[in-house]
Design a binder for this molecule. Structure first.
Ligand code: CP
Length: 339
């Protein structure tokens, strides 16, 4: 019997949230649970002060809208505070190493979140701090997006279809978002397919993680350039074709590789032969390139729910890695019983 107020793991087994591969399915489901229970409570007008007087340092080596705003709002809604340490605003990179920055933030803040250029940087931050470090995206993965995405998928699951029959197709480049989606959907025992030209398929290191998940939890993982893989998709997901980490390859090269075959448009949704297929995008989107307006703004799109669930996930993450997720759920339960 599902109990929305009871976690299997009252505290995290790892200090940091750098990679979902560090956590098993039951721990990820705990993070989903605290996120969704707190979401219901806050949406119904409830308030929480679980992180009163707690501070989250947010380091950004790159721009961000969703990650930055969602963490800042999450901390405020839980009684805490977030500091936006944008590029150029702190000594990091100019006069101070990432390790020394971590040691200083460690003495002043209870949590650190960082979006970094290189995955090694987030690992170094975590190694040099005693407080939890959350990976707000690296060139390897995007685990906070992962949690928000699996919450969105659970919110929009087709009725009466078991998880091992859910098909999630990522269309496009093997970005860190593609890799993260593969990691979390296979961890939940779903069927994951990347539909892309062979040169852009997920590499063997990533696929090894997916295969280990399918061994443990069921489901499947595949890469293909055959459009037949679209058939029967429950979720179609895409991301931009160029830009974030590969600043050298010109846009025209990416356009030649992906356009028009891999653009998510009405024809591609029709090729799924599932009128209820849901469209997802981590955003920001390049309208008219990887996705058309008619799909992003159309009836099958859940991209805006997905964006909102970044906030749902961040509340869960700061509570869980702050070590107070069960406390928050106990408080919510008490409030409900007192009503
Ligand atoms: N999806 C995502 O991470 O958005 P931002 O880059 O705006 O944070």
């Amino acid at each position: 019997m599902y109990d929305p107020y009871k976690l299997e793991h009252k505290t995290p087994t790892k200090k940091d949230y750098l990679d979902t591969t560090d956590f098993d399915q039951s721990e990820m489901l705990d993070m989903v649970k605290v996120s969704t229970t707190v979401r219901s409570y806050i949406k119904s007008g409830g308030t929480l002060e679980t992180l009163y007087h707690k501070n989250l340092a947010m380091i950004f080596e790159q721009k961000s809208t969703r990650t930055r705003v969602s963490f800042e709002v999450a901390m405020e809604q839980l009684g805490g505070h977030a500091l936006n340490l944008a590029p150029g605003a702190i000594q990091l990179g100019a006069h101070e190493s990432i390790g020394d920055t971590a040691k200083v933030l460690d003495r002043m803040c209870e949590l650190i979140m960082a979006r970094v250029d290189r995955h090694e940087s987030i690992v170094e931050l975590a190694q040099n701090s005693t407080v939890p470090v959350i990976n707000g995206m690296s060139d390897y993965n995007h685990p906070t997006q992962e949690l928000g995405d699996i919450i969105t998928i659970f919110d929009h699951l087709p009725k009466n279809k078991p998880l091992d029959q859910i098909k999630v197709v990522f269309v496009g480049d093997c970005t860190q978002v593609c890799a993260s989606l593969m990691m979390i959907t296979t961890k939940m025992g779903m069927d994951f397919v990347q539909y892309a030209p062979p040169a852009k398929w997920l590499n063997d290191d990533y696929l090894k993680i997916g295969r280990a998940n399918t061994q443990a939890y069921g489901g499947s993982v595949r890469v293909s350039d055959n459009p037949e893989v679209l058939e029967g998709a429950d979720f179609i997901y895409t991301d931009v074709w160029y830009g974030l980490y590969d600043k050298e390859t010109p846009k025209e090269v990416y356009m030649r590789e992906f356009y028009p075959k891999y653009q998510v448009n009405d024809e591609m949704l029709a090729a799924t032969r599932n009128p209820e297929v849901k469209f997802m995008h981590c955003l920001p989107a390049m309208r008219g390139e990887e996705v058309t307006d008619s799909v992003l703004d159309g009836p099958n799109s859940i991209a805006w729910d997905q964006a909102e669930n970044r906030l749902t996930a961040q509340r869960g993450l700061v509570l869980y890695f702050g070590g107070v997720a069960q406390t928050a759920l106990d408080d919510i339960k008490r409030h409900k019983e007192d009503k």
